[in-house]
Design a protein around this ligand. Sequence first.
Ligand code: FAD
Length: 445
Amino acid sequence: MDRLRSMAPTPPTLPASLWTATALPGPACPPLTGEQRADVCVIGGGYTGLSTALHLAGVGAEVALLEAGEPGVGASGRNGGQVIPGLKLDPDELEARCGPERGARLTELVGGAADFVFDLVRRHAIECEARQDGWIKAAHSPAALRAAGRTAEQWRRRGAPVEELDRLRIAELTGTDAYLGGFVDHRAGVVHPLRYARGLAWASQRAGARLHGKTLATGLGRSGSEWVVATASGSVRAPQVVIATNGYTDLAAPSGPWPRLAEAVIPVYSYLVATTPLPDAARRTILPKGQAVSDSRRLLRYFRLDAAGRLVMGGRGTYRESSDPADYRAIMGSARELYPELGAPEWEFVWGGKVALTLDHLPHLLELAPGVHAGLGYNGRGVAMATLMGRLLADRAQGSGEGVFPTTPLRPVPLHRWRRPIVELATAWKRLVDRFEGVGGRTSR
Ligand SMILES: Cc1cc2nc3c(=O)[nH]c(=O)nc-3n(C[C@H](O)[C@H](O)[C@H](O)COP(=O)(O)OP(=O)(O)OC[C@H]3O[C@@H](n4cnc5c(N)ncnc54)[C@H](O)[C@@H]3O)c2cc1C
């Protein structure tokens, strides 16, 4: 055992960020020791795993959650905190893919994902600076404006509070004249992502789940009618296992809990920068109503203010973890381009993390073997969707049949081992197209 422990990789840690600097403490999560038993073993302590654990423990199931670092150490403690309902596909497209009946129920389910988060926050009194003030989709080109109009119309037809914005109105709400229009989705909002992750951890512990930090799951095997999850310091035997490792599935490479699961998604890096709190004059014009924004570029820019009035801006990063401010220059440049009145703002924090993409732009709920479930691939929309997926996974682990959300088999992404050069090439291409596409009088950087 001592030899195994000394071979264990260093547990992942959160990079210094706006969120770590302003977080509240999470609960103590002692590493797993010895042989344990549970009704369900959850692997991964981001929103997916924590929400699964919370929903299972809430109905009396015995849950052991294993997390390689601390809850929220992956994307869940690093993201932009935008709580956006729906999927990357428009409702009509979803219904065309899934059939009118199932597609309509699926649209309703995912359309409620942001409400699901805000309800959970209220029910468990999670202090995470949650505000449900809406999310703006900002169109940077005439084609994107037409697409935004279609999306807004499709949601409105289904009764959702989604309002189209013309050029004047979007300039009022964002404080920049860089966009041609778009829509605001009033179901959406923002949270402090790490506070939210830690709040879910507290809530699931209070509900009775056992959370084990610094516990990397290194393997999963069958033993009679149960599964045994192996770690360097102990094991968990359970009839049901939920794998919630998403863009960080390769942490335990080359083995890991399930062969080739890491190949189900394409991890890309998203970077964020945050200014010091903006002066009052700037706060009166920049996002005065507190909405979050994502724009329509192929390499989208997303931004919001935090609770203290810092401008937090994100975009695609280089293909690695970095804390070198030089790697963040392009995103800082986007902020200056949108808000030239800020001059050269002081950048207080830079950080990044991995976003898990799928080829069909949809999250995947997998049944890897009888009793082994996985949910992953939120394509940058995981704050709401991963939380909802946790409830779907909890249902599956309790043996409820296939629900509205389809279960798919594991389909490794072709050429996955070449993901880095392929992503780098695709990123360069998208950056070029974004630069040359019309921006209503401005060009993107
Ligand atoms: C920079 C950035 C900005 C983003 N912005 C937004 C946004 O504004 N809005 C939005 O909706 N989405 C956003 N996202 C996406 C969102 O953060 C994710 O979709 C969501 O957090 C996924 O949650 P998860 O629990 O599935 O994965 P994660 O939070 O990544 O959790 C996976 C966990 O599994 C653990 N793990 C991995 N392997 C093992 C193992 N073998 N044993 C034990 N533990 C293991 C990891 O340590 C990790 O904690 C952003 C992501 C990033 C990186």
